[in-house]
Every structure is written in structure tokens, then in C-alpha cells.
Design a protein around this ligand. Structure first.
Ligand SMILES: [Cu+2]
Length: 489
């Protein structure tokens, strides 16, 4: 009996020692290859390392202006969007060299209506190539702004598309191979809001900048001269900053005058995820996912968003006293302070139904495509392959129903991979074969996959051409965690 235990114990020790050797080996390999330690950044970078803003003095929230059309005729709307460099006061002291659209940092909010034909004169005034990608927009590949549609330094390009999807909070950012992560980090990102008949008649807060706020959350690090030095801070498993910027503002506040306040949350960070909650743990209502309204408002007291994901929430300030400060937080960090000046204007009741979204069920759906996400040994891949511009990885027929099983393969020390597909909105069928929570029942274009879990999604590609699917941890994307799908008529 005793001998049996010893043998078992010996075996366990051997397995343990073997495992330790493998881990050390991989780290040494990484150190030699990239001259940086993966351990330094943390094995689970998207959740570790502290950020806090609370000691900063409160500043009024910067609200990106709504982009004015150059002209309109009939159903056509013309805009100009210029990628440029600039100087921005992001932290106290010296200004920071930044990138922006039509200004020094971030971009204006582009507000379009379903049915409109949008024409955007894009201009690249950077010293490097960029592209203009419309994240979450359903459009054909020539307008998508992916890696095949770059605009060279100093060049212009006209992008046209018809808005043909329900009201939603989408966004835009660059997508050129090798520079997506650094250009986003330097400030290239903006909101693209879609309105439709339904969103215009729903009794929801919709006065932009008054009771309806775009909120992009980003973490950045500044060097001693207040500069963003992407090359210095980049970490191959996801770049994290130690300073939080909300629409480019540190520790921001808004003054509220209505009972309900709508926050359009966008995680625009390169790699960090956030779990948003109110500091008194009160609940709020989630009304949308990435691609549009949920069927009904879902009451919850926290929401987690991975890079690329959006959610609109409505906070009921009716039960706070005037003069109180209600804080939206992520962990211990302030995201937004709502100073209640008045709380009985605006809508008095939220709609019970938001849209007539069809219910999808997990039963009877056959998997048509397996997607395996892996970061084993710091080598990120999709289905064991790394991105190549010259290779089409998948092919599907337009308008056919697809079920993808997306598996985050790594159990131990794995990372979160926000999986994003271009040119399409999909629905989540199940997580580990269980029904998904009701706040995830809406349209999605990015799904956070956690280590060891599998996600089934239902997709119908309605547009033809070559589209990207990739991890929205931008450093993973740059390291090759991306593939191409051709949709054929
Ligand atoms: Cu990833």
C-alpha cells in the first residue's frame, strides 16, 4: 500500500518538475526572442495591474462634437474625416503628442440614419499609412477599411456605403497591419452612431451631451515628459496603461438634469477589460449590446466589456437627492462622476420593450465552423495559424446561416480574447452549451472569450468580399491572431 502511494507521489513530482521546466523554457525562449519578460507584464494582463484616477482633480467630461456633413442631397450625406497629428492636454503639465480625427485627439461622433447613403472623404495626414475601419458596420469589403483598404500617407480616399442596420453604437478606428495598435493608442478612435425610426420614437434619453453621453474608456501610460511612448510600453500579450482616460479626460464628471441618463460605453482600450458598476452598488439598465437594442431593458448591477465591445446603459438618478455625486467605477477607479443637479426632467418611465428582436435558441443548431483561439507559449493563433494577407482561411456562401463554435483553448494561465468579426452582426447561442445571459441576447460583433470556455454564435454574412475576424486585444491582433473569410455570392 505504502509503496503504491510513493510511486504515485513520484509520478506527481515528475509531472510537476516537467511542467516547471516547460514554463521556464517558454519564458527563456520569449526573453531571447523579444528581449522582454512576459512575466513582468503579468500572465493575465487584461485583469492585473492597477489603474486609478481618483486622486486627480475632477474635470468636466470632454464630449466629442457631432461631425457636421459637408453637404447633403436627397439621401446622400457627405463628410470629411482627416487622420492627423496634434498636441493635447491629457494630463497636467506638458502637452502630449497625439493622433486624432479632425482634431488633435480622438474623433468627432458621426451620426447616421438607417437608409442614408454615406460618403466620407477620408484624408490621411499622418506620416504613415492608415485605414478607416467602421467597427460593427454591415457593409461590403471595399468600404470596411480593413488591412486591404489602407490609405497611404498624404493620400485621400472616398468611402461610400449605405446604412442598412438597426440603431446602434458603433465606432471607427484604424486597421492597417502593423500599426493598428499604436495608432489607436495614440488617439485614433471615434463613435459612429446609427439612428433609425425605432430609436427616434423610443422614450429614451437621446439629447447628445445632455442626457445621452458617449463614453470611451482607455488606459494609457505617460513618460516623464507626458508623452505616449507606445514602443516603450508595448507588451506582446496586451498593452496596459496606468492612467485612465474617458473621452480623453482624467477623472471626469458630468452635471445631470434628468431622471434617466444614458451612457454609451465603449471599451476603446488596447487590451484591458473593465467591469463597470455604481459605487453604491445600485442597479442600472442595459438597453443595448454592440449592434443594437436588446428586446427589453435588462436590470443589472455590473457589466464587463472587453476591448472593442459596447453597451448602452441607463442610470436612474431619480432616487438620489439633488447635489449627490453618483460614481460609475471599474474596480476602484473612477470612470465617471454624475453630479445630480436636478433629477426630475426628461422621461419618467423606461419603455418595456425596445425592439422586436427575434429570440434565438441553442437547440438544433449544427456547428458549421470551429474556431480555436490559442496563446500557448505566447504564440497567439487562430486554428493554429497566424495571419497572412495572402491567405483566405475560410469561405462561406452569402446569406447562409452559419454556426461558429469559438473555443478559447487555454485553461491554465490563458488570456481573454475578444473575438471580433468584420462586416456582420451575430447572435450568441450558448456559452459552454448553456444558454447565454439575457443581457447578451442582442446583436454582437465582438464576444469576450474567457480561457477554457466555448461560445456558439449564429451568423449570416449578408455582404460579399473578404472580411477579417480577429482578437480585439490589439497586440494579439498585431501578433497574428487574425484570419480572413471570403463571402461568395
Ligand atoms: Cu487575444
Amino acid at each position: 500500500m505504502r509503496g503504491g502511494i510513493d510511486v504515485q507521489r513520484k509520478r506527481l513530482y515528475l509531472i510537476l518538475i516537467g511542467f516547471i521546466i516547460i514554463v521556464i523554457g517558454l519564458n527563456v525562449f520569449w526573453l531571447i526572442k523579444f528581449k522582454q519578460s512576459p512575466v513582468k507584464a503579468g500572465m493575465m494582463p487584461n485583469t492585473s495591474s492597477q489603474i486609478t484616477n481618483n486622486k486627480e482633480k475632477q474635470r468636466i467630461l470632454n464630449i466629442p462634437p457631432v461631425l457636421k456633413p459637408d453637404s447633403t442631397d436627397a439621401n446622400n450625406v457627405y463628410y470629411t474625416l482627416r487622420a492627423q497629428t496634434g498636441m493635447t492636454q491629457l494630463v497636467s503639465g506638458e502637452k502630449t503628442k497625439t493622433y486624432g480625427y479632425n482634431g488633435p485627439f480622438l474623433g468627432p461622433t458621426i451620426r447616421v440614419e438607417r437608409g442614408q447613403n454615406i460618403h466620407i472623404h477620408t484624408q490621411n495626414r499622418l506620416k504613415q499609412a492608415t485605414s478607416f475601419h467602421w467597427h460593427g458596420a454591415i457593409l461590403d469589403d471595399s468600404s470596411d477599411g480593413g488591412p486591404h483598404q489602407t490609405v497611404a500617407a498624404g493620400q485621400n480616399k472616398l468611402i461610400s456605403f449605405k446604412v442598412n442596420q438597426p440603431a446602434a453604437t458603433l465606432w471607427y478606428h484604424p486597421h492597417a497591419v502593423g500599426s493598428t495598435a499604436s495608432q489607436v493608442y495614440n488617439g485614433l478612435a471615434g463613435f459612429l452612431l446609427v439612428d433609425d425610426q425605432n430609436s427616434r420614437q423610443l422614450k429614451l434619453p437621446r439629447n447628445y451631451g445632455k442626457d445621452d453621453f458617449p463614453i470611451v474608456v482607455q488606459d494609457r501610460s505617460f513618460d516623464k515628459n507626458n508623452q505616449l511612448d507606445y514602443k516603450k510600453i508595448v507588451s506582446s500579450n496586451g498593452t496596459l496603461g496606468n492612467t485612465l482616460l474617458i473621452n480623453g479626460t482624467q477623472n471626469p464628471y458630468i452635471e445631470t438634469t434628468t431622471k434617466y441618463v444614458r451612457l454609451r460605453l465603449l471599451n476603446g482600450s488596447n487590451a484591458r477589460e473593465y467591469t463597470f458598476k455604481l459605487d453604491d452598488r445600485s442597479s442600472f439598465y442595459q438597453i443595448s449590446t454592440d449592434g443594437g437594442f436588446l428586446k427589453k431593458p435588462v436590470q443589472e448591477n455590473k457589466i464587463t466589456l472587453a476591448p472593442g465591445e459596447r453597451a448602452e446603459i441607463v442610470v436612474d438618478l431619480g432616487h438620489y437627492s439633488q447635489g449627490s455625486q453618483v460614481k460609475l467605477k471599474s474596480a476602484d477607479s473612477n470612470i465617471l462622476t454624475m453630479k445630480v443637479k436636478n433629477n426630475h426632467d426628461g422621461e419618467t418611465k423606461l419603455p418595456r420593450q425596445l425592439t422586436n428582436l427575434q429570440t434565438v435558441t441553442k437547440s438544433g443548431q449544427k456547428v458549421t465552423q470551429n474556431i480555436a483561439l490559442s496563446d500557448m507559449g505566447h504564440m497567439v493563433s487562430i486554428n493554429n495559424r497566424q495571419f497572412s494577407m495572402n491567405r483566405i482561411d475560410l469561405k462561406v456562401k452569402q446569406n447562409t446561416t452559419q454556426v461558429w463554435k469559438i473555443r478559447n483553448k487555454n485553461n491554465m494561465m490563458g488570456e481573454i480574447h475578444p473575438f471580433h468579426i468584420h462586416g456582420v452582426q451575430f447572435r450568441l447561442l450558448s456559452i459552454n452549451n448553456n444558454a447565454s445571459p439575457s443581457n447578451m441576447h442582442g446583436w454582437k460583433d465582438t464576444i469576450m472569450t474567457r480561457p477554457g470556455n466555448q461560445y456558439k454564435i449564429l451568423i449570416k454574412f449578408t455582404q460579399t468580399g473578404v472580411f477579417m475576424y480577429h482578437c480585439h486585444n490589439l497586440e494579439h491582433e498585431e501578433a497574428g491572431m487574425m484570419g480572413q473569410i471570403r463571402v461568395v455570392p
